[in-house]
Design a binder for this molecule. Structure first.
Ligand code: ATP
Length: 305
């Protein structure tokens, strides 16, 4: 298991009677791109704001680079964040916007700004006023601003939201580059699982303030891949039958489902063996799921517009 860089324990934020974030236990591995997925209003921004130190938790702990409690502020400068729209000065160039932030950080190194512009794919437009930028360029400059000071953890709140397909691809490429070439850990939120599925190595799914699941990319793809799905009342009773038939690649998903990821043509054999063992099967069949459907089913039906 790789080193955990960020962990939350019972993280909660309450506004009046409403719990925007409710006992979230999140685990982010060093070097991961952690896709934080939830519908609008699920609590993503609130969580990211608490992690970045922009909002105070009502309850719970955050542990960052092994620091927690009062000592957290010693390491908050190692986080770079882009939460909500980047605050850009429209009448200034991309270069000048970055220069202001560098001054605040006391960075005067030659070539520093050019390097960041290059990293976020804005090397050619550094002298252009940002009011003439596309939304995608603005987001990438926002990421560039978050990179000032070389953070170890980058926190990006819906950086892909509202971008056209090219803009999405460019932001994705920038994030992958930062993780692969700069060893940065990235926490990125989105309300569309599919959009992050090309880059995220780990996932956390939040719904109505609660973190429903955390899983690796491999687990996610496995959960959505082609499989025999068995619906029954006591899955644990079926385990010896599966073992007896030589099945190895299967998983008890919950209290009424088993997924079998091998020998997809053997569902008949499996069904009769279960019935013979006195285990009533309510349904059996080969199925797969689109990523987005998986997310929507998990969070209760079709998406709202
Ligand atoms: P979106 O993508 O729409 O921003 P989100 O998942 O980021 O959604 P949050 O912005 O974290 O969700 O909001 C979670 C819940 O908390 C919502 O019901 C929201 O109305 C509420 N909320 C957020 N900030 C405040 C606040 N300052 N005061 C009161 N309620 C708030």
């Amino acid at each position: 298991m790789s080193e955990i860089l960020l962990e939350t324990n019972g993280l909660t934020k309450q506004y009046g009677k409403h719990k925007a974030v409710d006992h979230v236990n999140m685990h982010i591995r060093k070097g991961a791109i952690y896709g934080f997925i939830g519908r609008n209003g699920a609590g993503k921004t609130t969580c990211l704001r608490m992690i970045s130190g922009l909002a105070k938790p009502t309850k719970g702990q955050i542990s960052l680079f092994g620091y927690e409690g009062k000592r957290l502020k010693e390491v908050r400068s190692r986080i770079g964040c882009l939460i909500e729209a980047p605050g850009l000065y429209g009448n200034m160039t991309a270069y000048e916007n970055l220069m202001i932030k560098c001054k605040l950080f006391g960075i005067t190194q030659k070539g520093y700004i050019e390097n960041i512009l290059e990293t976020v794919g804005l090397g050619d437009v550094g002298k252009k006023k940002t009011k003439h930028f596309s939304l995608g360029m603005k987001q990438r400059l926002g990421i560039g601003l978050a990179l000032v000071g070389e953070p170890d953890l980058l926190v990006l709140d819906e950086p892909i939201n509202g971008l056209d397909p090219q803009g999405i691809a460019e932001v994705r490429d920038t994030i992958s580059f930062l993780q692969e070439e700069r060893n940065m850990t990235v926490l990125i939120s989105s309300h569309i699982l599919e959009e992050l599925s090309k880059i995220a190595t780990d996932y956390g799914i939040i719904h109505e303030g609660t973190l429903l699941q955390e899983m690796t990319r491999e687990e996610l793809f496995k959960r959505c891949s082609e499989r025999i799905e068995i619906t029954l009342d006591h899955p644990e009773a079926a385990v010896p039958v599966l073992d007896g038939l030589g099945f190895k690649d299967y998983q008890v998903m919950d209290r009424s489902h088993i997924h079998v990821f091998e020998r997809l043509n053997d569902s008949d054999v499996l069904n009769s063996a279960l019935v013979k063992a006195g285990i009533p099967v309510r349904g059996i069949g080969v199925t797969s799921e689109e990523l987005e459907d998986y997310f929507l089913n998990l969070t209760g039906g079709a998406a709202h517009a």
